[in-house]
Design a protein around this ligand. Sequence first.
Ligand code: SF4
Length: 209
Amino acid sequence: MQQQRNYNHLLHTIDVMIEDAVSDVKQTGKKISCTKGCSHCCYLLVEISWEEALLMAEWLKAQRPKTQEKLIANIHENARLAREVFSSYKSTQKFIKPFHGDLKMPERVYGKYFYHYEIPCAFLVDGACAAYEVRPTPCRLHMVTSPANLCSRNEPDDVEGYEIPDRLEQVKEDIVPITSAFYKDGRWGQLGVMVKAALTYLEKEHQNK
Ligand code: SF4
């Protein structure tokens, strides 16, 4: 419960920083193109911390049985496909489960995940995020000022004009000390792989009670 309160506080702090940044961007005459119903970025390879995964899994366990069933099936499929992508390169096989360490995933795996596999996020339902209030920080911070169609998988990944405002890139750096104080476990990985592992962890915890 205390962890949930801390997390809610963390998310609120990050949301306020993002709002400030968005307001600064608008003052430069630019417009954030991201709107409800646009879900191109929900096909990206999203990396989250163990704590974020755990809280998403806890949120999931609090949903109605039918919603849970559907989302859990999505998570299993999403994790399976992500593992397939990671298994295809020797250098990424370590990411088939929560990873502990500072290693960066190689760039080519993001392209393969997005362009070749077209894997929707497990929480993407009817074009919207079913877990919007607990969506992890990468989802909160991903905003562009370039036309939304440039984010589409139909556009080549070397297309020019795709623009994330510097001000939002700055927020990504500014939140590092705040999030590191909260993400103590150290494990991280692809969203589906992480939430699946967190669900298994919660299940074991429940059985041991
Ligand atoms: S958690 Fe929500 S916002 Fe983030 S990628 Fe998944 S569906 Fe999209």
